[in-house]
Design a protein around this ligand. Structure first.
Ligand code: 1HA
Length: 277
């Protein structure tokens, strides 16, 4: 599409046949480290995927080429990290990376997001993989945080989501020691869903997408929102998302439509006629 041609730091593709979109980091020479422009483009691609009725599953991955070390994403681009509390690449007046915004948008996204990792998933890149609903990886992948070693940390989802995935002791180990895990350990601890030899990764990705697409997308969305609400402490944020889906479904019933119709026809509503409870 026109939109996808304007992307610089990512590529964006849609497979109508597989009902999925593919958002891929495309900065292989810096191990797909992200700058403000990269995040903004992912936000745009994510929104395009949400709005596109041909898309049921969103894949977040990277385009690796043999010349460079394989990576999913090496986190924030340290060459544009400034001294004013943010990252600045000249595309914004204020230093704004927006990666925390992106994390929330991935969380709110009603469609399942599957991360496909080949190589390093490090720092803020590791957190983006954790924010995805599912992660599958090549068996040569490496996972971990570097913040405490290079003067950064994510005390939000980057910490709390990790504890839900692998527990408190392992999370403290990954953060305090900046120790990396390989694919096997990541699988054994519950950090990822599966690990495959690299030559199988694309085929397996397609298989996972097909399996998801055999199932009800409404059911998947509601379960995603319920799991989010549970993880987010059952607080207003998670419940709002679940509630939004409920309203969308309620609007499709005669009972709900009666309220609108009665208002427009300037008469009292007769909900009893349509209520199924
Ligand atoms: O913590 C946060 C945040 C917290 C709160 C709110 C927002 C946040 C947003 C972001 C982040 C972070 O992401 S902090 C963590 C930032 N990332 C890192 O510290 C990882 C830095 N990279 C590495 O440690 C290594 O590259 C590596 C262990 C992943 C791989 O090592 P290897 O195989 O030796 O590759 P290397 O040669 O180091 O990398 C290839 C090229 O990619 C190098 O460039 P070259 O010397 O060829 O010109 C390298 O500088 C570049 N590169 C790699 N990672 C980054 C990078 N350039 C800029 N930024 C990077 N993050």
């Amino acid at each position: 599409s026109k939109e996808s041609q304007s992307f610089v730091d990512i590529t964006y593709d849609i497979s109508i046949q597989d009902r999925c979109s593919r958002i891929a980091f495309n900065r292989p020479n810096v191990l797909h480290a992200f700058r403000p422009q990269t995040i903004r483009e992912i936000q745009q691609a994510l929104q395009l995927s949400i709005d596109n009725t041909d898309v049921s599953v969103i894949i977040l991955t990277s385009n690796n080429i043999p010349k460079y070390t394989p990576a999913f994403c090496a986190g924030g681009d340290q060459t544009v990290r400034n001294n004013n509390g943010g990252y600045q690449d000249g595309t914004e007046v204020y230093p704004k990376l927006r990666v925390l915004e992106l994390q929330v948008e991935m969380r709110r996204c009603p469609k399942p997001i599957m991360c496909v990792v080949d190589g390093y998933a490090i720092g803020g890149g590791h957190i983006l993989h954790m924010m995805c609903d599912l992660t599958i990886a090549s068996n040569r992948s490496i996972f971990g945080q570097t913040g405490p070693r290079m003067g950064s940390f994510d005390a939000g989802y980057g910490s709390t989501r990790m504890t839900r995935l692998i527990g408190q002791k392992r999370s403290r180990e990954l953060w305090f020691l900046c120790r990396y895990m390989d694919s096997k350990e990541a699988y054994d601890t519950g950090l990822i869903n599966a690990s495959y030899p690299l030559p199988d990764l694309d085929g397996r990705t397609a298989q996972w997408v097909r399996r998801i697409n055999m199932n009800s997308s409404t059911a998947i969305t509601c379960v995603k929102m319920a799991l989010n609400a549970d993880e987010d402490g059952g607080g207003a944020f998670g419940i709002q998302q679940l509630g939004g889906q409920l309203t969308k479904m309620f609007y499709q019933t005669k009972e709900s439509q009666e309220g609108r119709d009665a208002f427009l026809q300037k008469r009292p509503p007769n909900f009893i006629l349509h209520s199924k409870l």
